[in-house]
Design a protein around this ligand. Structure first.
Ligand code: F6P
Length: 343
């Protein structure tokens, strides 16, 4: 059998480990040929691909990013997108396709399977850790380490200058990176998309802390966090092919607002794509490897329309449709763990 593989959406550390696992087990154990599509769904739509071999994927395990390239191309954006994907697969003689991605890439994969009968499997990844069907996505652990290290570094400069430092981390719909890096790094205020914030409360937490003799504060904010309606204005950004707004900006908005309202000197740092780049942690390499192996085994068993997921400590196959029906956001009880440490 020939099997295609693509990586779509935002890149993340661990993608190459997953590709390597699919190639290694696919070729060496199952005797398959593996075709790597370029740049996410653009690859099968425009027939941009290359043969992947054990030799061509050597040495990629510790490398960040994706050797296949990625994009936010949506195959359902144009009417003939799904047909073009099918035609490319037929022309290349592919028995199936493995799509490694987050909510958008896997959402397209699920629709291609249910609405167009395309034999497709998913592999979950995203630094945001917001896919409901899996306990953890690979990429998250690395991003968390980067954000935590940044907070540790910002602590010393905040303390020296007696400043408020606002650290904006990624997290579009879910505040996992903000909450966990805030917990690990000792953030004094943690703002996440799941809980619209009141700027008055943010400022009183900071003022209370300063009144208790601390003369610096760290505010960790997820890029998708927003103020409660009517409490603070924020600007809207452009949207991508999946209709997502380009985020990034809440940190600087908070910087101005906190300084104006509290009188404390404030600086904002936007970590942005630094969180997505670089070498994956051992945890992400291992998780990506396990998921890649499970995906090619599932292909071998003809389990199209599914996705390997981490459930507890085991990898299980779940229906792709289930994997994309809801997002895994931060529950209140998880956020409440941070409450004693705020302010
Ligand atoms: O999908 C993960 C993510 O890193 C989000 O946290 C963020 O909003 C988005 O990607 C940024 O996307 P881009 O790299 O296309 O600007």
């Amino acid at each position: 059998m020939r099997v295609g593989v693509l990586t779509g959406g935002g890149d993340c550390p661990g993608l190459n480990a997953a590709i390597r696992a699919i190639v290694r087990k696919g070729i060496d154990v199952h005797g398959y040929e593996i075709v790597g599509f370029r740049d996410g769904w653009r690859g099968p739509i425009e027939n941009l691909q290359e043969e992947l071999t054990v030799e061509s994927t050597r040495g990629i395990l510790p490398r960040g990013g994706t050797i296949l390239g990625t994009s936010r191309t949506n195959p359902f954006k144009s009417d003939d997108g799904p047909e073009r994907v099918k035609k490319t697969m037929e022309d290349l003689g592919l028995g199936g396709l493995i799509a490694i991605g987050g909510e958008d890439t896997l959402g397209a994969a699920a629709r291609l399977h249910t609405e167009h009968d395309v034999p497709v499997l998913g592999v979950p990844k995203t630094i945001d850790n917001d896919l409901a069907a899996t306990d953890v996505t690979f990429g998250f652990d690395t991003a968390l380490q980067v954000a935590t290290e940044a907070i540790d570094r910002l602590h010393t400069t905040a303390e020296s200058h007696h400043r408020v430092m606002v650290v904006e981390v990624m997290g579009r719909h879910a505040g996992w990176i903000a909450l966990h890096s805030g917990l690990a790094g000792g953030g004094d205020v943690i703002l996440i998309p799941e809980r619209p914030f009141d700027i008055e409360e943010v400022c009183s937490l900071i003022s209370r802390r300063h009144a208790r003799g601390r003369n610096f504060s760290i505010v960790v904010v997820a890029e998708g966090a927003s103020p409660r309606e009517g409490t603070m204005e924020v600007a809207a950004g452009q949207t991508d092919e999946f209709g997502h707004v380009r985020l990034g900006g809440i940190g600087h908005r908070l910087e101005r607002e906190i300084e104006d309202r509290t009188g404390f000197e404030t600086r904002a740092v936007v970590l942005g794509h630094i969180q997505r780049g670089g070498t994956p942690t051992a945890f992400d390499r291992v998780l990506a490897t396990r998921l890649g192996v499970a995906a090619i085994d599932a292909a071998h068993d003809g389990r199209w329309g599914t996705m390997p997921a981490l459930r507890g400590t085991r990898i299980e196959l779940v229906p792709l449709a289930e994997a994309v029906e809801s997002l895994r956001t931060v529950p209140d009880e998880d956020y409440e763990v941070a409450a004693p440490f705020l302010g």
